[in-house]
Each structure stands twice: as C-alpha cells, then as structure tokens.
Design a protein around this ligand. Structure first.
Ligand SMILES: *Cc1c(COP(=O)(O)O)cnc(C)c1O
Length: 455
C-alpha cells in the first residue's frame, strides 16, 4: 500500500511528465492511472492493495509468476557480486553459463549466442547478421527479406521494416527498407470462404511463386513460428512453417525464427519451431527469457553463419553491433535460474492440461458469444476477435474502442488484460493454475458480453 498523498503525487507527475509507450496520451491523461506496486504469483497488486490476475503475463513475458523464489534469489545473489560489467573486451560468468544452457535446449545446429536487451534488438541483430553474412560471402545481391503479412518483429527501424503496419508506422515510411511479403494461410484474415486445407494450398502456391521470383535476392525468411502475435494473433499450421522454410532454404535464403513471443514454452513446446522440426539459421529470443524479470534478449546463430565473420582485424569482418548493457550479469543470472525452473518443474509437461482447458473454453464458452468473429490459439497464447457483424466481416469503428472497453470491464472484475485493437489477448503466465485459468476465461466471457451488448 502507498499512502494517499504519495499516490496523488505519483498520479500528478505521471500525468504531467511521463510519456507512455503505444499510448494515446490525451486519453491516458483523462483517466486515473492504475499504479502497480507489487506482484505475487500470477497476481498484480496495486497501490491500494487490489489484486488482479495477470492475464497477459505483464505483456507476454512473465513465465513462472511474480516473486518466484528461485528468480528472486538468483537476482539477489548476483547483485551481491556485481550488477553490470561490459561484454566488450570482457566476459562474465552468468552470460557464459546462460549461453551454454540456451544452446542445450535450442534447436539443433544453433551454436552461438549474441546478447542484446530487447526482442526488437534481437531481431535487429539477426537482420544485420544476415545482411553482413551475405556481404561477407560476396553474394551482394542477397539483400531482400521475406516476411509474412500480419507480422510484428519489434520497434527498432529494422524490425519495423519487417513488420510494417500502415496505421502505426506510416510516418516512418521514408526511413524504412522494403521487404517482400507473403500471406499466411489464415482463413479468417486472408482466405475468406476457403477451407483450412485450401487456404494452406493457396498460401503455399503464392509463396512458391514469390520465392521463385525473388529467390536469388533473398537474404532470409523472417517468421514468427506457429503464432504471429502482436500484429493480431494469427496462427498457422506446422505444415505451413515446414514448407515455407523448405522453399526459402531451397532458394538459398537463411531462416530467421523470431521466437521472442513464442519461445520458452508459450506454444506448448520449448520453442515453436519444434512443432515443425525446424532448425533455423538464426533464432531471436526475448520476453520470457528471464521469466519476465529483466530486459534481456539473444540472437542464436549456427556455426556456419558465425564462421563467415571470422578474419583478421584489418579485414573488418567483425559484427559491429552491440549495446552498453549487452550480456548484463543480473539479467543473465535470472535467465539461468529461469531455465533451471523449466527443467526442475517439468514446465512443458505441466502446462499441457491448461492448454487443453483453454482450447475447450475458447471453443465451448467464448466462440459462441455474440460478436465473437474468430478465436485463435497456440498453447497458452490466444486471441479472441470481436466484430460488429462477423457474418459480413464488419469491424467496429476505432472510435468505439471496443477492445479497450472489454479490458476495462475485465479490470473491474479483477483481471488484467491488454487488447490488440478489437482482439482480446489471453496470455497468462505458464504457472497459471486450473481455477485461475477458469477465472480468466469466465471474466473474459462476462466482460465481452457486457461490452458487445452495449456497443
Ligand atoms: C514483443 C516482440 C518483439 C519485440 O520485443 P521487445 O522486447 O518489445 O523489443 C519482437 N518480436 C516478436 C515476435 C514479439 O512478440
């Protein structure tokens, strides 16, 4: 609890001086901001002691709940040694040991770990590694990146170029590089009226065509495997992932798997590429890597990619990229402890019933609700799309703020969510229990009903 005067001061300063990300600040400043003070297990606790189930894992990164004892201890133990030293010209024990632990669970072939601080930077690094790789190989034509429509790869300029959204990024357009895009096989989004099988066929036909044309210029295919998250929660079958990866490889391109959201158990496997037995050339990790404790990210590379960068100093083959806090020991120590929990608590096996429970509830309780146009799920990652008229494919007006109103209604019922437009995202910590998940689903249902009936 924080006493009244201090709360009032915090609200006043926030309103006057803080600029929040992805936020229309005019709307924000009109409202009373909710201030989180503590966390406990799968709950967030505000300055007045109110508890909220953390339904989106504090923006998709929390894994084992808040105040997880082993993670707290790892953080404190490392703080007792050193909080930070640089990876430029030096190394440190937690970052080294974490690299070893990551590679032990990573898909076959990945052999090198390059650290950064956020998912966007992990993707940025992958893009630049791929670009420089082809330059170093003398294949100077290979400069094009192939990405999926409806993808999100982070918010640095390179990552925005990959996952461009007209709505959010049009002012940046002159600064971005062009990419080649293909449509994933999502029936609801791209292939109305087709069966799932026909949509898959059509998507692959388009991919074949585009990859055949662009093939010699392709540097890499960049993909969020199994579930394209932040651009709207678009799932695709493993067969699609497997086949476009094969096509891209056949054309000579590298495969970059952006597992920033899907990694660390989120889709029911440690990494989503495992659903397709895919071993990428580069893999981007972030979000859940520290269990949701600290900013850390990593780009994993094969030895083949890495080896291209070796040479004498005067050849200038090195990867000239990095950030001040790269390989931060506090974050690395917590990430190590995070991986140990996965093993000790058999987390991947343990979440299977929850994934089934979520699937059943989406199918039986949520999909039949009025104005629910589509439900999408991969593991403990789901999206519920609301529309004014699902039959006619008619969306709500942006001004109606239906998604936002649903999550406000959920908040009044003690559940914290965050929508993507009119897609209600459900992404609880992997540690969520059966009755907590039932609460999350029940509240989501009631909140949707309350708002769409009024809208
Ligand atoms: C969140 C996300 C990113 C960006 O990660 P940040 O840590 O927010 O920079 C990149 N790719 C995917 C797939 C993501 O979900």
């Amino acid at each position: 609890m924080i006493e009244h005067d201090r709360q009032a001061r915090l609200r006043e300063i926030d309103r006057r001086h803080v600029w929040h990300p992805f936020t229309q600040m005019r709307t924000w400043m009109r409202e009373e901001p909710l201030i989180i003070e503590r966390g406990e297990g799968n709950y967030l606790i505000d300055v007045n002691g109110n508890r909220y189930l953390d339904g989106v894992s504090s923006l998709w990164c929390n894994v084992h709940g808040h105040r997880k004892r082993e993670l707290d201890e790892a953080l404190l133990a490392q703080a007792g040694r050193i909080a930070h030293s640089t990876m430029l010209g030096l190394t440190n024990a937690p970052a080294v040991e974490l690299a070893d632990a990551l590679l032990a669970i990573a898909p076959r072939g990945l052999a090198r770990v390059f650290y950064s601080d956020s998912g966007a930077e992990a993707v940025e690094a992958a893009v630049r590694i791929a670009a420089q790789y082809w330059g170093l190989k003398g294949k100077t034509r290979r400069t094009r990146f192939l990405t999926l429509n409806g993808s999100y790869h982070g918010d640095t300029l390179g990552s925005v170029s990959l996952g461009y959204s007209e709505q959010f990024h049009r002012h940046l357009r002159p600064l971005l590089f062009g990419v080649t895009k293909i449509d994933p096989p999502h029936v609801f989004r791209f292939h109305h009226g087709l069966s799932r099988a026909a949509a898959l066929e059509r998507s692959l036909a388009q991919a074949r065509e585009i990859i055949r044309e662009a093939g010699p210029e392709l540097a890499a295919l960049v993909i969020e495997p199994i579930m394209q998250g932040a651009a709207g929660m678009w799932d695709h079958p493993a067969a699609y992932l497997r086949e476009i990866a094969r096509l891209a490889r056949e054309a000579g391109a590298l495969i970059i798997a952006d597992e920033v959201a899907t990694g660390f158990g989120r889709t029911g496997r440690m990494f989503a590429v495992e659903h397709a037995e895919l071993s990428p050339d580069l893999m981007c990790l972030g979000k859940g890597i520290t269990g949701g404790y600290l900013p850390l990210a990593a780009t994993l590379a094969t030895e083949e990619v890495f080896a291209a960068f070796l040479g004498e100093p005067d050849e200038f083959r090195a990867f000239y990229y990095g950030h001040t806090y790269t390989g931060n020991p506090l974050a690395a120590a917590v990430a190590r402890a995070n991986l140990e929990i996965f093993e000790k608590e058999a987390v991947i096996e343990r979440i299977a019933p929850g994934i089934e429970q979520l699937a059943r509830a989406l199918r039986e309780r949520i999909a039949p609700l009025p104005h629910v146009a589509d439900v999408r799920q991969a593991g403990l990652m789901a999206g519920v799309e609301l529309m004014r008229n699902p039959e006619r494919g008619e969306s709500y007006q942006v001004a109606e703020q239906v998604g936002n109103r649903v999550i406000k209604a959920a908040r009044r019922r003690g559940v914290m969510l965050r929508p993507l437009g009119d897609v209600i995202v459900l992404m609880p910590p992997l540690s969520i229990g059966e009755s907590e998940l039932d609460t999350l689903l029940g509240v989501t249902m009631e909140s949707i009903r309350e708002i769409v009936e009024a809208a």
